[in-house]
Design a protein around this ligand. Structure first.
Ligand code: GCU
Length: 677
């Protein structure tokens, strides 16, 4: 008995040594304590699962549990054991240092930053958990579908890591049929909203990096053989509807049928061996237009599977410097937005949120919205389809990106393809934008060139653009000379300042402009070659005065006042025979602040009047989306009493209070500009 007991104790001790690195350390090399092993998790389905709303999915929205984990304690395999499953102590002796049942509640969809005051600035890991039941049926597949999770999400179901998606803002799904149990499914999502140098966007954005399950979460049921997605658009000659259908599980030769009852269309095609089917159906639909946003019910059938959607048919193209909608010239009377609701902090996540936001844009007289700077929820384009608002959709390639980092490129390509595969049937969406204010470099051109190729491969029925910065340094040199010439004879500048202006003009020599002479700004960023519409962000009246005043040694007041008089003499143009679009201009104002100077409604309105005078006589300019409809949250904007972590360039404040400039732009859009071509 004694000898065996001894052996038994040794065996137990040895196994404990093997299980606990801390103890084992004494044996061989010194592993760092608390190392969290990298988890190997499969990717989600590469293709976006489309048409999901017609499948009556089981919503997993609602109240979830949230644990906050700034030190990555929860990652499975770590010293603290991991939080990928819900566990409760079996008895008083079991040591567990986390508990979902006792955790705080959090609403899904929505960001966590504005639901918990202490998480307002938080940018790191949290864990979401909820249980759900499912009456699983035979011959049925079950897919977890996420509208978007910011920014790095790992999905665990009943303890199994089923999918990891990096990037945020776009939909992804995973087939979890094999992991489901009838009752008490334990769904845990680890999410990290920290952004860095190699993410998309990087960690420096002029909008709030809202984190969490910001979009709908659903369980989608399909037959074993099902329709994954389909693109249904009108051809450029506007005499046929083409459908490209992707399926899963069917045999080559099986059939897909497209039915459009209102057009009396029912046509069938055979599925090829890679699961796809193509159809071209002669048709003369009533064309979708902002003034008449006609939508048609489209039904797809294959085997036992049935899906449907409401789709509008229109064409969009350019001809020289003109934009053509349904073959007719159109100008984009627009406004930029962020995905934030009016009157509530945080992300806009519902159809209702988007309806209120776009309705206020409509009150401005717009026919176009730039949905900056990242993909919004699927509700945005659906609401725009119904309300008759043309849309610019964008991926957050913003400012400086790690252009030479292969992982960064992979995230960007994943984002643009998922955005397109989700919204390619939305008539409202007319422009895919691949970037915003990215400084010129060879690696930038290569990166964006790759994205633009992807866009054209996936969808050649829409226009491609990017918001360019242009060579601001070169442009401002010209502007300085013009301001000097203008300032010479003005009663704005002091005598000392006039002397400085004299010096500027002398330095310009032959090139010195005449007082009151006009100036044509030419955008020639080489990316203009690759896009269909040359878009440009400019801040005459706001940032440029701040840059020029110290450079010229003249007061900012003088430069601002001269600039407001000078702006109407500027003409915007590009070096490319393509339509030009002003994707941003603007000025900040605190609602209710009146009088002279920056941050007053009066100054903002004056900038709008000057900009409108400039843009309405720039023949190449075929559209604009001033920055921005509503004041929005931004960590870059801390000026107490004015900004308080909001960018104040809105035409309405966060509660919807309109500023003077709102009416300046509305009156312009209700004027004749858009009807002159
Ligand atoms: C930039 C940028 C916006 C930003 C704006 C501003 O142009 O694209 O994201 O918010 O300027 O400075 O207000």
């Amino acid at each position: 008995m004694g000898k065996h007991l001894g052996t038994l104790i040794w065996a137990v001790l040895l196994s404990m040594l093997a299980a606990n690195p801390l103890w084992a350390a004494e044996e061989d090399e010194e592993p760092a304590p608390f190392v969290t092993p990298e988890l190997v998790v499969p990717e989600p389905a590469s293709a976006v699962m489309g048409w999901v709303d017609s499948r009556e999915p089981q919503s997993l929205n609602g109240s979830w549990k949230l644990l906050v984990d700034p030190m990555q304690v929860g990652t499975p395999g770590g010293f603290f054991g991991g939080w990928a499953t819900t566990r409760t102590p079996v008895d008083a002796f079991q040591l567990l240092e986390y508990s979902y049942p006792d955790a705080a509640d959090i609403r899904v969809p929505g960001d966590f930053n504005t639901q918990r005051q202490e998480l307002f600035f938080y940018r790191d890991t949290v864990w979401y958990q909820r249980n759900f039941n499912v009456e699983a049926e035979a011959d049925t597949r079950y897919h977890l579908w996420f509208g978007g999770a910011n920014f790095d999400a790992t999905v665990f179901l009943n303890g199994a890591p089923v999918a990891r998606h990096k990037g945020g803002y776009v939909p992804f799904s995973v087939d979890v049929t094999a992991h489901l149990q009838p009752e008490g499914n334990d769904l845990v999502i680890r999410i990290n909203n920290r952004l860095g140098d190699d993410t998309v966007p990087t960690g420096r954005t002029d909008w709030w990096p809202y984190g969490g399950l910001t979009r709908d979460v659903m369980l989608v049921a399909t037959p074993e053989q099902y329709i994954v997605n389909a693109k249904v658009v009108l051809n450029n000659d506007r005499n046929a509807i083409t459908a490209e259908v992707a399926t899963e599980g069917f045999a080559a030769g099986d059939e897909v049928t497209v039915v459009i009852p209102q057009l009396d269309i029912s046509q069938t095609a055979r599925i090829s061996d890679n699961g796809d089917a193509q159809l071209s159906i002669p048709a003369q639909p009533e064309l979708w237009h902002p003034d008449a946003p006609k939508l048609y019910r489209v039904e797809l059938a294959a085997g036992d599977d049935r899906v449907s959607d409401q789709i509008g048919f229109r064409t969009i193209e350019t001809s020289g410097t003109t934009i053509m909608l349904n073959g007719e010239p159109i100008k984009f009377k627009g406004i930029s937005t962020h995905e934030e609701p009016i009157g509530r902090d945080g992300v806009a996540y519902s159809e209702a949120d988007m309806r209120v936001l776009f309705n206020e844009a409509k009150n401005l007289g717009v026919n176009f919205v730039r949905a900056a700077h990242y993909p919004y929820s699927r509700h945005a384009a659906r609401v725009a389809d119904e309300m008759g608002i043309l849309l610019w959709e964008e991926v957050p390639i913003y400012w400086n990106i790690a252009w030479e980092n292969a992982d960064t490129l992979a995230i960007a390509r994943d984002q643009i393809s998922r955005l397109i595969e989700r919204d390619w049937n939305r008539a409202s969406v007319v422009i895919w934008s691949v970037a915003n204010e990215t400084p010129y470099s060879e690696s930038r051109m290569k990166f964006l060139g790759r994205l633009i190729d992807d866009v054209r491969e996936l969808d050649d029925s829409r226009l491609v653009s990017a918001a360019l910065l242009g060579d601001t340094r070169r442009e401002l040199k010209h502007v300085a000379a013009h301001l000097a010439a203008h300032g010479q004879g003005s009663d704005i500048a002091s005598d000392e300042e006039k002397a400085i202006f004299q010096g500027v003009l002398a330095a310009a020599g032959e090139a010195a402009p005449e007082p009151g002479s006009s100036f044509t700004l030419v955008i020639d960023d080489p990316l203009g070659e690759l896009v269909d519409i040359v878009s440009y962000n400019e801040y005459f009246g706001w940032y440029y005065a701040r840059a020029l005043a110290p450079q010229m040694g003249v007061s900012e007041q003088t430069i601002r006042k001269l600039m407001l008089q000078f702006i109407p003499q500027v003409t915007m143009s590009t070096a490319f025979g393509k339509p030009m679009f002003i994707s941003e201009f603007g000025a900040g104002a605190k609602a209710g602040k009146r009088g002279e100077g920056v941050w007053t409604e009066d100054y903002q309105a004056a900038v709008y009047r000057a900009q409108i005078a400039m843009l309405s006589h720039s023949p190449q300019v075929q559209g604009m989306t001033p920055w921005i409809l509503k004041d929005f949250r931004a960590m870059l904007r801390s000026l107490p009493g004015i900004q308080d972590y909001r960018n104040r360039k809105g035409l309405i404040d966060q509660n919807g209070r309109r500023k003077q400039a709102f009416y300046v732009l509305r009156d312009f859009y209700n004027g004749p500009w858009a009807d002159t071509h």
